[in-house]
Design a protein around this ligand. Structure first.
Ligand code: BT5
Length: 330
């Protein structure tokens, strides 16, 4: 165990202040080395008070994004059983892909405090500032055909909406296929990438970005984005939210990819804000306006045009009436 982790354990176990001298004796290192380790714990998000002549006391560890905190209360078999946390990275999806090529295991999770190249779909940027958000990716190695992988986005969306409801009681809904919204604003986006042959998936990476404790957004995102904090008025624990998402996602993943069940689809439809609304979509060069009436087992959105024709959309941009202040147009 690293010195830092041992110090953390002593601080957590202690009901009173622990002096630098006592810690230095227990660990057999100098007091300045203790001080350095304390500062490094603070950088990871632990709030540690220090009082002259008394020593150190841990005040709050609930939102420190560290493997120790994340795995502490984790109730999963595979998801998050390996966790890597980065203070700063280009994109957790990119890191997950790099590590997948190095043989990293199914269920490994990559979390970052800040992303400098956070990505949305089609190369769009994803704003990922430090401290306020939960930016992470899960590496998965499903025994599945490539066509099934697009449902991973839907399963992850359902998992996130359930976890948000449990942790905050916010009415989180899914905008097909990859956004989670509260009211008419986006609180989470999901990006699934995969490497596959024609009939075999090598691996998939599901990247999830949740705006958790942001108090405001840059001008260009104000009409579109929200955070859990803005919706509830309270700080939300990113660690607890992450643990809940991993638990819900693993259960849904096993249901679909291991047991081969489509039970989740009913729940997905109930939480899908796109259904029964006017939507605008593109299929190839064709623009379509109609009512979203269903979602297929393959994860496609079924849009019924005014002339009654039903069209299945499998990806791309869908404008939903009233969401993000948008109106579908031909
Ligand atoms: C998405 O793309 O919504 C997928 C976002 C996935 C982000 C996660 S974070 C962890 C992992 N690592 C990554 O690099 N990515 C994943 P899309 O549907 O294309 O939406 C992108 C659009 O959302 C942008 O063009 C902006 O309009 C908007 N946007 C950017 N940052 C946002 C934010 N923080 N909150 C809400 N909307 C945002």
């Amino acid at each position: 165990m690293k010195k830092e982790e041992i110090i953390l354990q002593y601080l957590k176990e202690s009901t009173d202040y622990l002096s630098g001298e006592e810690l230095s004796r227990k660990l057999g290192i100098s007091r300045s080395a203790i001080w350095k380790n304390i500062n490094s714990l603070r950088e990871s998000g632990y709030v540690i008070e220090s009082v002259t002549n008394r020593g150190y006391r841990i005040v709050n560890s609930s939102d420190a994004l560290t493997p120790t905190e994340i795995q502490g209360e984790l109730k999963t078999n595979a998801f998050g059983q390996r966790v890597s946390v980065f203070a700063e990275i280009d994109s957790t999806n990119e890191e997950a892909k790099r590590q997948a090529h190095n043989g990293e295991i199914h269920g490994a999770v990559f979390v970052a405090e800040q992303q400098n190249g956070g990505k949305g779909r089609l190369g769009r940027p994803w704003k990922s500032p430090p401290k306020s958000g939960l930016w992470f990716s899960i590496l998965l190695r499903p025994d599945a055909a490539p066509a099934q992988v697009s449902n991973l986005t839907l399963l992850a969306g359902l998992a996130v909406s359930r976890a948000i409801r449990t942790q905050t009681e916010c009415d989180a809904m899914i905008k097909w296929p990859n956004d989670i919204v509260i009211g008419s604003k986006k609180v989470c986006g999901i990006l699934t990438e995969m490497t596959a042959e024609i009939d075999r998936v090598h691996f998939a990476v599901v990247g999830i970005g949740v705006n958790v404790n942001d108090e405001e957004f840059p001008e260009e995102l104000k009409v579109k984005a929200t955070s859990l904090r803005l919706e509830t008025g309270a700080t939300v624990s990113r660690v607890a939210l992450l643990q809940e998402i991993l638990k819900e996602f693993e259960a849904l993943y096993e249901e679909y990819f291991v047991q081969g069940s489509n039970q989740w689809l009913k729940a997905y439809k109930e939480s899908c804000v796109s259904l029964n609304r006017t939507v605008g979509a593109t299929r190839g060069l064709q623009k379509i306006i109609g009512t979203a009436v269903d979602i297929t087992e393959g994860g496609e959105l079924v849009v019924q045009k005014q002339d009654g024709e039903r069209i299945e959309i499998n990806s791309g941009e869908v404008v939903v009436q009233g969401i993000y202040g948008q109106t579908p147009e031909l």
